[in-house]
Design a protein. Sequence first.
Length: 428
Amino acid sequence: MSDRGATNPLFNSHLNAPRSDLLPVVHQNWDTLADNVKDGMTDMCNYFCKMHLIVNFATEANSTLKLFEDAVAEGSNPHDFTKQGESGAGRLIRTACTAFTDHGSEKSGAPHYFNSHLSHHHGEDTNYMVTFRGNRFNILFNNAAAVYHHHKQIISFVASWPNPNGLLKAVKADAAQKVYLAGVRALGIVDKLITGPFFRLLGIEKGVLKMNTHLHQMQLRLERWSKDASTLLGGEPLFSETLVKRNKDVLFQSLFAPSEDGELDVLTQQALEVVCASMLILLERQAEEQLPGGKFWQPTEAEKQKSHNVPTNVVSERHFAVLDNLLRAKPYASSTACEAYIMWLKNQTSTWLHNLNADEKERIMDYARTHAASAREKFKEKNKNKGATSAGFAAETEGERRQHEKGTTEKGGIDRECCEAGRCMENS
């Protein structure tokens, strides 16, 4: 299970090579097995994590909305904090969440004042916006719904703020653009009707190939909505309510409440259509193997069994997130310490030890204490070998650099001689 990054094919080939070499060694009577059995055992399945499809939906929707806004928007925001390729709707979502959430901008944000404004002037105790920091999957769509819900409160808050800083001015200017607000609303609707239910469905299904029919359903709906999104704007669900229910919270009610603004509704429908078109293109490209005509569209029982325990690669993503936090909090921790910490969390070692009887627990703890020193020595030896390899690689690289400099110097000398010869011929 992977995110289909550019490095995955090479990694998969390196991973599959030792598997193919080791199977004849570890499997008894390997030579007596039929060729089709050997092929089935050596074959390594490679699936695309559908959680990453949601991440890529956000990137694609952001880029598509920018093209839509360039054709519709009036002027530009003089206070914007633009990122390359970011739409005005995406910028409004990002800057609003930076200004009005904890862990947003410590310098320019005002989350506590905004929360007080919500409570005292609007009778609302909950700020539904969350920080982008530490969140990845579906965060753009989720925050879009929250920003649209709070957009009137955001405008009134910034208007009442004395001498607003650049961040608040940027939020105010973007919030005044109706086409940006329509884009925010469209992304929020996508969250409530498409990516949110799809996200929850990924947690329900136990195998990646069980998502085939759901992906095909998404393909058919996106194809229809890309031509006419009026039913999507009206709240038509992507999946059956018996399969996965829509989250009809206050954000849902705000998104589908009558806007009393015909122009906003028209812009929202247009934004939904272009976003659905871009999502359809991405879906058909990245989920091609699980759509009609694809490699895994009609999987065999053996393929279903192989894919049973790989719904997503969220577990490995979570491990890397834990490692990232560890390296930030403890930059001088050894890789052995980080590995032990992550394995302790993953394997729930504490619970396992707690369930052992006293004698067995004492035996295992004694074994761990007596072998800890040898484990550290092996780690040090591994680092020495790694250092020697790195030094050899560095020396080889330095030799190549010097050879390149030597060739460049020789070429420069030849060029100078040619120039001198040319000048001599001109003077003669």
